[in-house]
Design a protein around this ligand. Structure first.
Ligand SMILES: Nc1nc2c([nH]c(=O)n2[C@@H]2O[C@H](COP(=O)(O)OP(=O)(O)OP(=O)(O)O)[C@@H](O)[C@H]2O)c(=O)[nH]1
Length: 128
C-alpha cells in the first residue's frame, strides 16, 4: 500500500499533525495529513487531492518537497514537506489536530512509519 503524506510547516517552523478518528485502523494515533495513492495516480496528485478532502486547502504540486520514505508492511509512506498553501486548514476528517515543533511532536503516539520520518523532518527544519 503506497501512502503519501505531508508536513505542512508554518512561518514559525511548526508542523501540523492530526489524530485519526478512533474507529479507524490506527485510531487515536497522530499522523501527517495524507492517504492512499489510487491506481494510476501520481503521488503528488494524490496528496493534493487528500489535502483538499481532509483540510480544505489548495496545494500546488510544485510546492511539495520530498523529505523521505519509510516502510512498515503493508504501508510504504512517502513524506513531503510544504511551506506554502492556499486556505486555512480545517480538520474535516480528523478527531483533533495540533501545530508544534517536530521535536515536540515526537512523543505523541503515532504509526511506526511516522517515527523515522518525523526525525528526518526535525533535521530538515533545524538545518534548512
Ligand atoms: N495519512 C496518513 N496515513 C498514515 C500515516 N502513517 C500511517 O501508517 N498511515 C496509514 O496509511 C493508511 C492511509 O490511508 P487512508 O487514511 O487513506 O486510509 P484508511 O484505511 O483510513 O482509509 P479508507 O478506509 O478510506 O481506505 C492508513 O492505513 C494509515 O493508518 C500518516 O502519517 N498519515
Amino acid at each position: 500500500m503506497l501512502v503519501v503524506a505531508v508536513a505542512l510547516i508554518d512561518a514559525r517552523g511548526r508542523c501540523l499533525m492530526q489524530q485519526r478518528p478512533r474507529h479507524r485502523r490506527h485510531g487515536g494515533l497522530w499522523e501527517f495529513p495524507g492517504g492512499k495513492v489510487e491506481p494510476g495516480e501520481l503521488p503528488a496528485s494524490a496528496l493534493v487531492r487528500e489535502l483538499a478532502e481532509e483540510l480544505a486547502i489548495v496545494v500546488d504540486p510544485a510546492a511539495l518537497e520530498p523529505v523521505g520514505f519509510a516502510t512498515d508492511a503493508p504501508v510504504t509512506m512517502l513524506l513531503y514537506r510544504c511551506h506554502d498553501w492556499r486556505g486555512t486548514p480545517v480538520p474535516l476528517e480528523a478527531e483533533a489536530f495540533r501545530w508544534d515543533r517536530p521535536e515536540a511532536l515526537a512523543g505523541l503516539p503515532m504509526p511506526p512509519v511516522d517515527v523515522p520520518l518525523l526525525a528526518a523532518l526535525a533535521r530538515f527544519v533545524a538545518h534548512g
